[in-house]
Design a protein around this ligand. Structure first.
Ligand SMILES: O=C1C[C@@](O)(C(=O)O)C[C@@H](O)[C@@H]1O
Length: 537
């Protein structure tokens, strides 16, 4: 798709919205935004207290270290699109309570004083355009903006809306939606690829994040990034745009990979995969994809026009995603869970893999070996052989652990809140399922291994552990597949009880190494990836 559209902008700009209450603070923030990598700033005049239009604009525009986009939002502004009230999203919401004439006069003054861009809402733009164009001796560009806060219009309706915005004679168009499903973002990608005028188009919120990060691939005019310490909900930070995603390096040929999960914001995948792609000189980007419905997601994004090249699959989709793969690697099939999908370049088919199994089991084995817990005569025997392996959670991650432990000769005991699910998995690994109610009274064999594959312990449930604390002393090793936080409460308690502990970070790193090999077809730089993990966690 990136290749078929009319790509207007060669380089997408990064813009920091500033909402300070004093002109002094705006000046300070402008310099900070520049240091943090912004190409321009959007200044919200309506946030300035005791605003003196001409005087304050002169101060701001005379000394600006970066190009400036001026916005002056009315507190009551709504626009009409097909009879539906269009309200502003919160961070874009206006503060100005005065009369409309003064507001528009102020925007004209900003233009006259040399603001680089001025934003007019669609509702007022049509009447103003003639006047603005006649008065075009200043170099300011006019942005005509519109915010759709209700249901995202269908593609034809969005096209019509963009055309009506275009017909105002705007230099640049800005359209903001509030997507309730990631599939709605595909409409933004279409618009960005095909619009004849420079376009700023994105959705706010967690489901909309990809519209912002991938905007350079589809030729968007600018992307917003919030400043450090000033983060705006639903916007990426300047730091992430510049350092993790390096949006300046994204072009229409950049391959898109993403993590399909819900929730997704906790993942450290983008911080690990993106620098690694650059390290191995692979033109790709890895983004969080907040997915509500796998069927909808694949029905829209399987289309080759979006050029999505592969996915990591996280909680809670590792088992359900199997049916959306055209082929599944035998190992993943045996596990019944997929955490990696790639689009095979020869035929465009989705092929599913599992890199969790080896990642988790080798992390546990290496920790045991490191502490001298070998088993059997030769170093080829797994230290897990013959051990009791107690597993909490029989979902996607639990399946990988159970099948892995069984392959190493361990005896698996499974707890899951869903007893049927525990029984099914136990049957597959010739293990034993126990009702969840028993988990807090369950006393393992001395020297057993405990693995948590439930989300307990992960934010926001950081205080919870999946077994009774008193039983922890019986375990030789405790593993937690949760990796945010690095040391969960389970691991802290287990360490205090004398067990060897293995953090989910180790599994996370190893599964990502396996994924990177599959994503790029190149050998993953393991030391480089390990160093990132050490620095970022
Ligand atoms: O379990 C995990 C973690 C993960 O979901 C993440 O949070 O980045 C990514 C998955 O590939 C992996 O199997």
């Amino acid at each position: 798709m990136g290749s078929v559209g009319t790509v207007i902008c060669k380089t997408t700009l990064v813009c920091a919205p500033l909402m300070a209450e004093t002109v002094e603070q705006i000046m300070t923030d402008m310099y900070k935004a520049k240091v943090q990598g912004a190409d321009l700033v959007e200044i919200r005049l309506d946030y300035i207290k005791n605003f003196q239009p001409r005087q304050d604009l002169e101060t701001i525009l005379k000394k600006k270290p970066l190009p400036v986009l001026i916005v002056y939002r009315d507190a009551h502004i709504t626009a009409e699109w097909r009879g539906q009230a269009l309200l502003l999203p919160k961070w874009e919401g206006g503060q100005y309570e005065g009369d409309e004439h003064t507001r528009l006069e102020t925007l004209h003054t900003a233009k006259e004083l040399g603001a680089d861009y001025i934003d007019f809402e669609l509702k007022v733009a049509s009447n103003l355009m003639e006047e603005l164009k006649m008065n075009c001796h200043s170099g300011s560009k006019v942005i005509v903006s519109c915010y759709v806060n209700g249901v995202t219009p269908l593609e034809e309706d969005l096209n019509r809306l963009v055309m009506s915005m275009q017909s105002t004679g705007a230099d640049i168009i800005k359209l903001v939606i509030n997507a309730t499903n990631i599939t709605e973002i595909s409409r933004i990608f279409h618009l960005l690829s095909h619009c004849q005028v420079p376009l700023i188009a994105y959705s706010i919120g967690e489901r909309g994040l990809i519209s912002q990060i991938l905007c350079p691939k589809f030729g968007g005019f600018l992307v917003y990034g919030s400043m450090e310490g000033n983060s705006v909900p639903g916007l990426p930070t300047l730091e992430n745009l510049r350092q993790a995603y390096k949006v300046e390096d994204i072009d229409e040929d950049t391959k898109v990979f993403g993590l399909i999960s819900k929730p997704v914001g906790h993942s450290k995948g983008p911080l690990l995969h993106n620098p690694t792609f650059r390290r191995v000189k692979y033109n790709a980007i890895y983004v969080p994809m907040f997915v509500d419905d796998l069927k909808d997601f694949f029905s829209v994004y399987s289309s080759p026009e979006f050029e999505f090249a592969g996915f990591s699959v996280g909680f809670p989709y590792k088992e359900a995603v199997v049916e959306f793969c055209d082929e599944v690697h035998p190992l993943a099939k045996a596990i019944g869970a997929v955490n990696t999908i790639i689009r095979r370049s020869s035929d465009g088919k989705w092929v599913g893999y599992n890199t969790d199994r080896e990642a988790s089991i080798t992390a546990i084995e290496d920790a045991l070996k490191h502490r001298g817990c070998t088993n059997g005569e030769t170093s080829f025997d797994s230290p897990l052989a013959g051990k009791q392996f107690v597993l909490a959670g029989a979902g996607g991650a639990g399946r990988a652990l159970a099948v892995g432990a069984k392959s190493r000769g361990a005896r698996v005991v499974i707890f899951d809140i869903d007893f049927e699910r525990a029984k099914t998995l136990a049957h597959e690994v010739s293990g034993e399922a126990r009702p969840f109610e028993e988990v807090f009274n369950f006393h393992p064999e001395k020297g057993a291994i405990l693995a948590n594959a439930t989300p307990l312990g992960m934010h926001p449930n950081t205080d919870r552990i999946p077994v009774a604390e008193v039983t922890l002393q019986d375990y030789r090793l405790v593993f937690d597949s949760v990796y945010t936080p690095r040391k969960t409460r389970l691991l802290k308690d287990a360490e205090a009880a004398g067990a060897i502990i293995v953090s989910g970070v180790e599994m996370f790193l190893r599964q990502a190494i396996g994924q990177l090999n599959l994503f790029t077809g190149k050998e993953a730089p393991e030391e480089f990836m390990r160093d990132i993990i050490l620095a970022k966690f």
